[in-house]
Design a protein around this ligand. Structure first.
Ligand SMILES: Cc1ncc(C[n+]2csc(CCOP(=O)(O)OP(=O)(O)O)c2C)c(N)n1
Length: 302
């Protein structure tokens, strides 16, 4: 029987959640990623799945301030996905936050869809602050937003941006880092998805970016290293950043140790899943694994 894909219209609130709830939200996001990539027959599975736990906390843990009903609300915090290729996790998150109907997730990468393979500003998808995909550029745009909020408009708006660890092999990101430190942009939270995987190998083998923490410290950042799949550590890092934004004159870098493909056994920690969608058999396996995980989470009563 052919695999039938549908998207529930469930949305999640941006408030405090239990660990159990965060696990369930992340599972839903992972399911959405698998579904939309399976339907698209192309796209980036590994990084999207690996960042699901961080997106769950950032968008549904009361960290990022946004209003899906009026998404261009002028006091909103900004989120910029510099690693534009992991758009599937951003789209799933925005849909589950109520920015647009969840059924639109079925249109990923289709002609004329608002959900292009990389976020596209001219597609007019609510929640997309900038186009991205050319690695290294989004973080400089985020930097500009942080400068505007802190130095020109003098508002308390925060700017969050995700870069990959392969992405930080791009030279321009270090100019952004230097400027963020130099201009004391304490309202900037730079999240590095440190899965040590990129398009064609291990990051440390392609071109080492280590030690990452020392590099950011030398550019005047507060650096927090976390397990990017541990909800308590993710929450605590974001709360520390929010405190830093008020009391410190340094930007914050969260180095999130993650696993590419996290949650799907045959994709985990394998760079070959950087830019590959699941085929039918793999999608079935993935749904089974996520279902099993859902049952386990229910029984754990976290
Ligand atoms: C300027 C630029 N060069 C090359 C690419 C092609 N490219 C897309 S993703 C990628 C690897 C990025 O690795 P990482 O940031 O670690 O992302 P992950 O593999 O963890 O998803 C490359 C080289 C690009 N999009 N932009």
């Amino acid at each position: 029987m052919a695999l039938e894909i549908s998207f529930s219209d469930k949305t999640f609130t941006n408030t405090s959640h239990t660990l159990q709830e965060f696990s369930e939200i992340s599972l839903e996001l992972r399911r959405d990623v698998i579904k939309s990539l399976y339907l698209a027959k192309s796209g980036h599975s590994g990084g999207s799945l690996g960042m699901a736990d961080i997106f769950a906390v950032l968008f549904f843990g009361g960290i990022l301030r946004y209003n899906p009903a009026n998404w261009q609300w002028e006091k909103r915090d900004k989120f910029v996905l510099s690693a534009g290729h992991i758009a599937p996790i951003l789209y799933a998150t925005l849909a589950r936050a109520g920015f647009f109907p969840t059924k639109e997730l079925a249109t990923l990468r289709k002609l004329h869809s608002r959900l292009q393979g990389h976020p596209a500003l001219d597609a007019n998808l609510p929640g997309i602050e900038t186009s991205a995909g050319s690695l290294g550029q989004g973080i400089s745009i985020a930097l500009g937003m942080a400068m505007t909020h802190k130095l020109i408009d003098r508002t308390d708006q925060l700017v969050f941006s995700v870069t990959g660890d392969g992405e930080i092999e791009e030279g321009s990101v270090w100019e952004a880092a230097m400027a963020a430190g130099n201009y004391n942009l304490s309202n900037l939270c730079w999240i590095v998805d440190n899965n040590d995987c990129q398009i064609d190998g291990r990051v440390h083998q392609v071109m080492s970016i280590y030690p990452i923490a020392d590099k950011f410290k030398s550019f005047n950042f507060n650096v927090i290293t976390i397990d990017g799949h541990n909800y308590n550590e993710i929450l605590s890092a974001f709360n520390t950043f929010k405190e830093n934004a008020k009391t410190s004159d340094k930007p914050t870098c969260i180095i999130a140790k993650t696993y590419m493909g996290k949650g799907i056994s045959f994709m985990e920690d394998d760079y070959k899943w950087h830019g590959m969608p699941p085929n039918e058999e793999q999608a079935r396996k993935a749904f089974n694994e996520l279902e099993k995980m859902q049952q386990q989470i229910k029984s754990l009563n976290l």
